[in-house]
Design a protein around this ligand. Structure first.
Ligand SMILES: Cc1cc2nc3c(=O)[nH]c(=O)nc-3n(C[C@H](O)[C@H](O)[C@H](O)COP(=O)(O)O)c2cc1C
Length: 195
């Protein structure tokens, strides 16, 4: 594959869009759209620009929920990402519905097929960013995404990816009914080696 160097200050190679939701210091639910996250086991890590309402509040309350939207929520995603929680209640503006968490004091977003209740463990500052490391203490999943054995139906997930460079960023969508099992591209012998 021929490659060239690319002068760009951003190269987003496809990160899931999430809605981070929290109660503000007056107990009102609010949310912010994010794409900078990763999760390993029970740990989830989010990257915020410094100064936003969501991160400032989460620094004080030390709890939030991560909600994974699907394609039916594009306008709410943009409201969450283009407005400030310090000025408006984004639940009211987007028409999304907050429902209470069962373990933490966090609002979950009823319309999102996945919601994770998250408890902050560490906060790091890096330049103009704030990195929040949290423990996932509860997972809520839409029943339509689970089979009769309560296993996730990976092939029907409709997670939205955020991708692009400094010139243009856009949303990408997953092909429906298409997934391959982990390890299925290795010969049987190879699978043993990697176990
Ligand atoms: C698709 C999308 C992805 C975004 N990803 C992030 C992100 O990962 N980190 C971040 O700090 N802001 C991100 N933003 C921008 C914030 O949503 C935006 O700054 C918002 O106004 C913050 O709201 P708040 O002040 O209520 O926290 C994203 C926006 C969009 C539309």
């Amino acid at each position: 594959m021929e490659k060239t160097t690319l002068e760009t200050s951003k190269l987003y190679y496809g990160f899931p869009v999430i809605l981070v939701s929290y109660y503000d210091l007056n107990g009102q639910p609010n949310l912010a759209t994010m794409s900078s996250s990763f999760s390993l086991g029970n740990m989830i890590c989010l990257g915020f620009g410094r100064g936003g309402h969501a991160v400032q509040t989460i620094r004080a309350t030390l709890q939030f929920s991560v909600n994974v939207p699907d394609r039916s929520l594009m306008q709410a995603i943009e409201i969450g990402g283009f407005t400030k929680g310090s000025e408006i209640n984004k639940f009211e503006m987007s028409g999304l519905t907050p429902t209470p968490g069962i373990t933490l004091q966090v609002p979950l977003i009823a319309e999102c097929p996945f919601s994770l209740e998250c408890s902050v463990q560490d906060i790091f500052e890096h330049g103009s960013y704030v990195i929040v490391v949290a423990e996932v203490v509860q997972r809520h999943v839409a029943t339509c995404l689970l089979d009769s054995s309560m296993r996730l139906k990976n092939e029907v997930l409709d997670t939205i990816l955020f991708a692009g460079d400094v010139h243009a960023r856009s949303y990408r969508y997953l092909e429906q009914d298409k997934s391959d099992l982990l390890g299925s591209f290795l010969p049987e012998q190879g699978r043993e080696i990697w176990k």
